[in-house]
Design a protein around this ligand. Structure first.
Ligand code: 8YV
Length: 307
């Protein structure tokens, strides 16, 4: 009697583009667990079926679920952030964690510049002004802010932070940064702590990796140092900023504005932000271009096939 070998099971905790899921489905039995209930159900299974998990930078792999997969050997992240993965458990168990590394750097850096310009030039407010038919009653009442001459501080001058800096230099800004350690041969001024950087900045761009080491790195003191004329851009992780402090200061005028692509508890966004014209809000779209997401998914599929 022939025993037809079934396809190996592949656990998907976050989606890939449909074309990539179809490609994997020809080779694997895809088990999709995109929500908490589906992931909870897997916990009971203590499944030995899964040697590979595909996820993304936001979903990661809950530690309890990782522990419930005794045969797990690869976590393929469709993203660059690993702050939602228990790297200690993965290391101890010899579970390889692959990410899309530098593939999304350009897209996220482009998004940071787009959001900053949208904020400074009131693009979203003016768009609402036109759509509401208010132009017929008179010209747009607000003036924007020029980038030239502004002092830009970058929290986290890694690949994405450096790509943002390179994009902003032609705008005639003055660049500085904060990292745990100064970078060798870096043309930008280094600040050993985020408060010092914020005090010397008009614009603070958050590009630091998420995780316990950077949680609330931008806290109330840093936002106080940035000041009532200052603006914040965050394309990194919501966890890097004390969100309640941010919302309070944006609401009461102690902070000039913010352009936010990420939030502490996505997809929950503090509703106090919805009515504010000094805020630009995006649903974590930093890497969300067709070209980038295709290249990321290609990288994930290669990692799975060569596990
Ligand atoms: C990804 C991210 O787009 O790379 C990350 O860690 O947060 C985003 O840029 C997200 O993981 C969806 O794939």
């Amino acid at each position: 009697m022939s025993i037809i070998q079934g396809k190996p099971a592949l656990l998907m905790l976050a989606p890939l583009l449909a074309e990539h899921e179809a490609y994997l489905a020809e080779r694997f039995e895809l088990v999709r667990a995109y929500d908490a209930d589906a992931r909870q159900a897997l916990l009971a299974e203590r499944s030995e079926r899964f040697e590979v998990v595909v996820t993304n930078g936001v979903q990661g792999v809950p530690p309890a679920l990782m522990a419930a997969l005794p045969k797990l050997s690869l976590i393929a992240v469709n993203g660059v952030g690993v702050d939602a993965i228990d790297l200690e458990q993965a290391g101890a168990r010899g579970i390889r964690v692959s990410t899309t590394d530098d593939i999304l750097t350009d897209a996220v850096a482009d998004q940071a510049v787009a959001l900053l310009l949208a904020l400074l030039r009131q693009v979203c407010v003016a768009d609402r002004f036109v759509r509401a038919g208010r132009w017929r009653q008179g010209g747009f009442p607000l003036l924007g802010t020029s980038l030239r001459g502004q002092r830009v501080g970058i929290i986290g001058l890694g690949r994405i932070g450096q790509a943002i800096a390179e994009r902003l230099r032609p705008f005639g800004v003055e660049l500085a940064y904060h990292n745990r350690r100064a970078l060798a041969d870096c043309a930008y001024a280094y600040h050993p702590d985020p408060c010092s950087l914020a005090a010397a900045s008009d614009i603070l761009v958050v590009a630091a990796a998420g995780g316990t080491g950077s949680r609330h790195l931008v806290d109330g003191q840093v936002l106080e140092a940035l000041g009532a004329e200052g603006v914040l851009v965050n394309v990194a992780r919501g966890s890097v900023v004390d969100e309640s402090e941010l919302v309070a200061r944006l609401s009461d005028g102690r902070l000039g504005g913010a352009a936010l692509d990420v939030f502490a508890e996505e997809p929950q966004v503090p509703e106090a932000l919805f009515a504010l014209d000094n805020v630009v809000l995006q649903p974590h779209l930093g890497s969300a271009t067709l070209q980038t997401r295709r290249a990321m998914a290609d990288h994930v599929v290669r990692a799975v096939l060569t596990r």
